[in-house]
Design a protein around this ligand. Sequence first.
Ligand code: MEV
Length: 443
Amino acid sequence: MTHKPIEGFSRLSKDQKIDWIVQEYLGGDKSYQDVLTQYWNADPELQKRHEEFSENTITNFYMPYGIAPNFLIDGKLLALPMAVEESSVVAAASKAAKFWLEKGGFKTTIVNTKKLGHTHFIFKAEAHKIKHFFNFRLKKRLFEATEAITMNMRGRGGGILNIRLVDKTQDLENYYQLKASFDTVDSMGANFINSCLEQFGNTLREEVQNEESFTSEEKESLQVVMNILSNYTPDCLVRAEVSCPIEELNDDSGISNEEFAWKFKQAVTIAELEPFRATTHNKGIMNGVDAVVIATGNDFRATEACAHAYAARDGQYRSLSHCTLENGIFRFWIDLPVSVGVIGGLTNLHPLVKFSFALLGKPSAQELMSILAVSGLAQNFGALRSLITTGIQKGHMKMHLFNILNQLNATPDEKAFFVNYFKTKTVTHHEVITQLNQLREQG
Ligand code: MEV
């Protein structure tokens, strides 16, 4: 069946949008309307607020919002909010938190909080003239021209840290950058950075026109291609770590402390060396990071892009976490570049985001960076611990059991039977179906 394009979809009311979708794509089946409307918030004002977050919103998309308690982070005991759909992520985080709670918890260090952005431009002028122009004229003007934009941020202790001219002509003919670093304090700062950069682009154009040392041909050659922040922020970096004597590891999986430590270190080393494994290893880390990023209304696409770029910073994709066994001490840590905010964006608008911040005791952006790195490290610890001992399916399938049972329309009594049945066995899809058929035949 072919469909007709539509003009002006965004101008339709929410009900009209739904009607159109149901008619055009869902064969006019009105029951689909109920699927959408059942997730509208009962409070119309709150619903409207959600709709204003993004265009063409027709309903709300639910995700489980769970709590991983017992996180001791730099001496503070926290319960982490996690928005994630994958079975066993919250359970694994909680288990790792409890494990390290008894061993002094997680320690974190903020390495730096610098954010970056660029004005990318093409300029066919002599390099030494461009450098002279930047050093003796443009740089000062860029700071002056952005004073109104940066005033509030400077008042909060942040602002533009530095601006450099970068000659990229080796990579692309006549390509230069204005590379700026920023401190955006407690905000993620995307709007602030992009506003500064767009002003840089305008000031660059104006100042080139007014600069006498450039010929008119050179002036005409200037093209500001784009002004945009970089989501790669290797200097917005936090380290989170755990450590304990190997003899105190006391894992309950039945292998000795030494074997556990040795296998764990091997697993981390493999992820440091082998990109196929590193990708899955880091995906597990991001299970923990993203769940808290989403629960705190931050941008998980930015977090993901940055983490993976950092993981490949020496030209090969590697593990974000590391492990050493030295002088009888097991040490496990992560270096996570992550740019997040605790003010601005959705932070004061989404009721559950506000709840998350209240739950976390209103952290600063630096504290949130620490929490995210800890969540990633805990998740990674939990995954590796399972992988090197029982395998992950045991825990994963235990949590996935309800998804299988719900797909099979199991009753509450049937669910209770299976929870008991799988107490000592690994859940498999096949076993659930076999047992459920037997149960239904019997009764
Ligand atoms: C699953 O979402 C994540 C893991 O595959 C991570 C890992 O293998 O380290 C369990």
